[in-house]
Ligand binder design. Structure first.
Ligand code: KIV
Length: 275
């Protein structure tokens, strides 16, 4: 291979993603790819694949812990998962969700809890659900030098108020106000969850920080999905926006079935796999 044909960097040699680079990506018109990560194994695979950002989402309550919502996730649990992720990630930006009621009581408590996340895990940023209603907390976190991403639209932590999850949010004015309030308060990015694509496009054009969509159409500055969903590891959750990029549940089940049959038949281990 000639020098000019060589890739500039291999995945493990990438320039680490930082908050300023993340923001600059929007100015450069570069789309941002983000996925969730919850442990050392998958976070390493994500990072080696060249992902820009790994979100330690409180979706872990459902996809890892098997609970019916994100509400029970605690600060200690998210820190436990974020530590594992940070141990694996060399290049991507690691962002950690502030769980339900760890930031809503007061800005002081939000700073204390976000500080615990940053100090104990080595993550670069936190995310919180809210816009106008969390503007003061976003401002205070930002002033405390803690980069914060906002999350507007469908907010899973508000499920008790909505009477359920996964409802498309269509109040254009409220959504625009939430996004602008978050950006004005100092957020470095905004997740837009389950909103009509035209509104996401308008928000994206009206703020200078990157918007990261999930069920918000193609005009956001980047996209995020829940990793076990996009890998086809989960079942029974089929929103329109979800593309399964693999069918790992079927592949894993086939491997487990083959193993079980071979153990039961006494054909594993064979001579090739014995010392
Ligand atoms: O918790 C999570 O995984 C999230 C994403 C869906 C954005 O907040």
């Amino acid at each position: 291979m000639t020098d000019s044909a060589k890739p500039a960097t291999t995945p493990t040699e990438r320039t680490p993603m930082t908050v300023p680079r993340f923001v600059r990506a929007k100015q450069r018109g570069e789309k941002i790819a983000m996925l969730t990560g919850y442990d050392f194994l998958w976070a390493g695979i994500l990072d080696d694949s060249g992902i820009d950002a790994v979100l330690v989402g409180d979706s872990l309550g459902m996809v890892v812990q098997g609970k019916s919502s994100t509400l029970p996730v605690t600060l200690d649990e998210i820190i436990y998962h974020a530590e594992m992720v940070c141990r694996a990630v060399k290049s991507a930006l690691v962002i950690v969700d502030l769980p339900f009621l760890t930031f809503n009581i007061s800005p002081e408590e939000a700073i204390r809890n976000a500080g615990q996340i940053i100090k104990r895990t080595g993550a670069a940023a936190v995310k919180l659900e809210g816009g106008v209603n969390q503007a003061e907390t976003i401002r205070r976190l930002s002033n405390a030098e803690i980069p914060v991403m906002a999350h507007v639209g469908m907010k899973p932590q508000s499920m008790l108020k909505y009477g359920g999850m996964n409802r498309i949010q269509r109040d254009r004015e409220q959504l625009l106000n939430d996004a602008k309030a978050a950006a004005d308060a100092g957020a470095f990015g905004i997740v837009l969850e389950l909103i009509p694509r035209e509104i996401a496009k308008e928000i994206t054009a009206s703020v200078s920080i990157p918007t990261i969509g999930i069920g918000a159409g193609p005009d956001c500055d980047g996209q995020v999905l829940v990793t076990p969903d996009m890998l086809g590891l989960t079942s029974g959750f089929n929103p329109k926006y979800l593309k399964r990029f693999a069918d790992l549940r079927t592949e894993a089940q086939q491997a487990f079935k083959d193993y079980i049959s071979e153990v039961r038949a006494g054909t594993y281990p064979d001579a090739e796999h014995s010392h």
